[in-house]
Write a protein that binds this ligand. Structure first.
Ligand code: AMP
Ligand code: GLY
Length: 430
C-alpha cells in the first residue's frame, strides 16, 4: 500500500480484513495504520525506493493510493520490475495529470462535460473569460497540471478571475503545472463521486458518494481536498437506472478512447459528476480513489476488495478474469465521515499539536477513526502533521444515524486549532 492518508488507512483496513491478504506492507503509512501491518518509511514520490521495497519484499500486488506516484510512473516502473500494481500507468494517469488532456479525451469520447478552452496565452485566457461570462455565473480557472488541490479558482469576481490567470501564466505560481490553463463553463448542481474499477476494457461501479469540498458549513469558504462525505447518496445510489447508465456514458467511452490511443486504463477511474439541469456532466476524472469518499464507500463493501483490485491489475475480459468476473456487493448500511482539520487548513496547516481522544472515539458503536495527517512526537504522543488530520467515520442504518454516530466520535477528539464542518451528510452542493 502506497500512501499515508485517510484514504490509505481505509484501504489498508479493508484489505487486511480480506481473505487472501497474508501481509500488508505500507509505505510510508501513518500511526493509525501501524496495527494493520508493517510501515516502512519510503515516501510516496520516491519511485525508485518504492520499486526497491516491493522487489525486496516480493509483494504480489502494490496498491497505489495517491495520484502523484501514478502520474510519475510508479506503475510503469513496478511493471518493469515484474511487480503487479493497482493503478494506471503514467500515460493513462494523464487523465488526472493534465486537465487539458482529460478534456480532449472527453470530447473525443463524447462524454458530457463543461465547455472549455485550454491556453498558455494570457490574451487568449482573458478572451475565454469573456466567452464564459454571464451575470451571476462564476468563472472556472484551472491549472492544467497537478497542483495539490490548489490549482482551481471558482469566482464571480472578475478581478479575482484575472488575478488567477496572471498568477498562473505570468507569476508562474504553479510552475509548469500552471503553464497551461483550462478555462471552462461553470456547472451548477450537486456534485457526486462515482468510482469505477477498470481492467483496461471493462468497468465495475462502486457505490457513489458525495464529498463536501468547501471548508465551512453551508458550502461556504475555500475549496479543500474534502471535509467529509457520505454514502449512499439519495437518488444517486447503485442500482438506480440513471446511475447504471453512467457506466455507459461517462466510464466505458473513456476506456475505449484510451485503449484506442494505445494507453488502456487499469485502476480506479473516479468521475466527478455534476447533476446539472441538463443532465449529469463530468467535472473531472481522477485516477485513484477519492479522499475522503473512500472512507464511506469501502466500509459498505461486503465482498472482497483484494479480488477486485487484483482483477483490475492483471485480469482481462478475454481471459474471463476481468473486473466483471468479481462479485461486488454493498451492505444496506449508510456511512458518514467527518474530517478534522488542523488550524489554518486549507491555506496552511499546523503540526505538532497533541491529539487526545482517538481511542475513545474509536470505541463508540459503529465508529472508526482514520488517520490522515498524524505523527508520533519524540515522546510517542500522537500529534498533528498536516492539513486533514483525522477522518471520523461511522456506519448506521441510514445517513442520519451514521451522521449522529460520526459526530459523537468528533466530540471525543481534541487538539489545538481543530476545525470541522458540522453539516456533513446534508444533501446540498458538495
Ligand atoms: P477539480 O480540481 O477539477 O476537482 O476542481 C475542484 C472543485 O472546484 C470541484 O470539486 C468543484 O467543486 C469546483 N469546480 C471545478 N470545476 C467546476 C465547474 N466547471 N463548475 C463548477 N464547479 C467546478
Ligand atoms: N475528495 C476529492 C478527491 O479525492 O479528489
Amino acid at each position: 500500500m502506497v500512501g499515508s492518508g485517510g484514504r490509505e488507512h481505509a484501504l489498508a483496513l479493508r484489505l487486511q480484513a480480506d481473505d487472501g491478504v497474508a501481509e500488508l506492507v505500507m509505505a510510508p503509512g501513518n500511526p493509525g495504520m501501524v496495527p494493520l501491518g508493517r510501515c516502512v518509511d519510503v515516501a510516496v514520490d520516491d519511485v525508485d525506493g518504492l520499486v526497491a521495497l516491493a522487489v525486496a519484499e516480493r509483494v504480489d500486488l502494490v496498491v497505489v493510493g495517491p495520484e502523484v506516484p501514478l502520474v510519475a510512473g510508479l506503475v510503469d516502473a513496478l511493471a518493469a520490475g515484474g511487480i503487479a500494481a493497482f493503478g494506471p500507468d503514467a500515460r493513462a494517469a494523464r487523465l488526472e495529470g493534465s486537465k487539458a488532456f482529460a478534456k480532449d479525451v472527453m470530447d473525443a469520447a463524447g462524454v458530457p462535460t463543461a465547455g472549455w478552452v485550454a491556453t498558455s496565452s494570457r490574451d487568449a485566457a482573458i478572451a475565454a473569460l469573456d466567452r464564459f461570462a454571464a451575470p451571476g455565473v462564476p468563472w472556472v480557472i484551472k491549472a492544467d497540471g497537478l497542483a495539490a488541490g490548489k490549482g482551481v479558482v471558482v469566482t464571480t469576481d472578475r478581478a479575482e478571475a484575472e488575478a488567477a490567470v496572471d498568477a498562473a501564466l505570468v507569476a508562474r505560481r504553479f510552475g509548469d503545472a500552471g503553464a497551461t490553463l483550462v478555462i471552462e463553463e461553470f456547472l451548477d448542481g450537486p456534485e457526486r463521486s462515482l468510482f469505477a474499477v477498470c481492467d483496461g476494457e471493462d468497468a465495475v461501479l462502486l457505490a457513489p458518494a458525495q464529498d463536501h469540498k468547501r471548508a465551512f458549513d453551508g458550502d461556504e469558504g475555500p475549496n479543500t481536498g474534502g471535509m467529509g462525505a457520505f454514502c449512499p447518496v439519495e437518488g444517486f445510489a447503485l442500482g438506480e437506472p440513471h446511475v447504471e447508465a453512467l457506466r455507459e456514458t461517462v466510464i466505458l467511452p473513456v476506456l475505449r478512447e484510451l485503449a484506442r490511443r494505445g494507453t488502456p486504463f487499469r485502476g480506479l477511474l473516479y468521475a466527478g459528476i455534476v447533476d446539472t439541469a441538463a443532465g449529469p456532466k463530468v467535472l473531472e476524472y481522477n485516477v485513484r480513489f477519492g479522499d475522503p469518499e473512500t472512507q464511506v464507500v469501502l466500509p459498505r463493501l461486503t465482498s472482497s476488495l483484494v479480488d477486485l483490485l487484483w482483477a483490475s491489475a492483471v485480469g482481462s475480459p478475454a481471459s474471463g478474469d476481468g473486473v466483471a468476473s468479481v462479485p461486488v456487493r454493498f451492505s444496506a448500511d449508510a456511512a458518514v465521515t467527518v474530517v478534522l482539520a488542523s488550524a489554518g487548513y486549507p491555506e496552511t496547516s499546523s503540526r505538532g499539536d497533541v491529539i487526545d481522544g482517538v481511542e475513545d472515539a474509536d470505541a463508540l458503536e459503529g465508529v472508526h477513526v482514520a488517520h490522515a495527517g498524524t505523527a508520533r512526537d519524540a515522546d510517542g504522543r500522537l500529534v498533528t502533521a498536516g492539513g486533514r488530520v483525522l477522518a471520523v467515520t461511522a456506519l448506521g442504518a441510514d445517513v442520519a444515524q451514521a451522521r449522529e454516530r460520526a459526530y459523537g466520535g468528533v466530540t471525543r477528539i481534541r487538539f489545538a486549532g481543530a476545525q470541522h464542518r458540522s453539516d456533513i451528510g446534508h444533501e446540498g452542493r458538495a
